[in-house]
Design a protein around this ligand. Structure first.
Ligand code: SF4
Ligand code: SF4
Length: 216
């Protein structure tokens, strides 16, 4: 049979619930007088020390982000050898590269890798990026990295396409012409080699055969 509560037992229950709720609320208010501790996420006790105020006054206050977090990509273009590996591995095709080959080596990266290809275009569309990090793992010169910059929201999604190449249109035109000239010279030289008669035919050298000894 259901137990019947008297008027006073209900009143006591309500009063106890209210007191419990208010105790919790005041405990949070007391803690909220302190701001969040500015700790690195890798520091011991990071979560235990985040008992202060629950919200931060962004952008004036920020929560520290982990060093190995995946946020906005950056390409240190001076160290890029335009090998295209990052664009090939990207699962969503958000890296667009326009290479221009050079006939000769034109410089070295900071790790000593030879540079032979110019980047007329190196765009990363962060609006498409799924932050998988694959492009950074295949980069042979480690020039492509993920930075700690996570706030790059824009009003126009087209502004999420970040260009990294630093060649101007005149330089691009000049380097393209140089490569075309180099290719033409190479093709002409190879055609001339194919058609030119041999200056002095090589003498036919007959192999020396030892005379067969007479049979008795
Ligand atoms: S992080 Fe992933 S999705 Fe983004 S550019 Fe690199 S490979 Fe593409
Ligand atoms: S993998 Fe690295 S070096 Fe190669 S094109 Fe991409 S950013 Fe440049």
């Amino acid at each position: 049979m259901e137990k019947k509560h008297s008027y006073w037992s209900k009143f006591t229950f309500a009063f106890k619930s209210l007191a419990k709720g208010l105790t919790l609320t005041f405990a949070h208010i007391r803690k909220a007088r302190r701001g969040r501790s500015k700790l690195s996420i890798q520091q011991a006790g990071y979560f235990e020390n985040q008992s202060g105020i629950a919200t931060v006054q962004y952008p004036f206050e920020t929560i520290p982000v982990p060093d190995n977090g995946r946020y906005k990509l950056h390409n240190e273009i001076e160290d890029c050898i335009v090998c295209d590996k990052c664009a090939k591995i990207c699962p969503v095709n958000c890296i667009t590269i326009e290479p221009i080959r050079s006939a000769d080596e034109f410089g070295k990266t900071s790790d000593g890798t030879t540079k032979r290809i110019y980047a007329a275009k190196f765009d990363i569309d962060m609006g498409k990026c799924c932050f998988c990090g694959l492009c950074t793992t295949v980069c042979p010169t480690e020039c492509l990295t993920m930075t700690k910059e996570y706030d790059f929201s824009t009003f126009d999604i087209r502004d999420h396409n970040f260009p990294f190449a630093n060649m101007n249109p005149n330089e691009i035109e000049k380097k393209k012409k140089e490569w075309d000239e180099h290719q033409k010279t190479k093709t002409t030289a190879s055609a001339e080699n194919m058609t030119a008669p041999s200056a002095s035919p090589k003498p036919i050298i007959k192999p020396k055969i030892a005379p067969t000894p007479p049979t008795e």
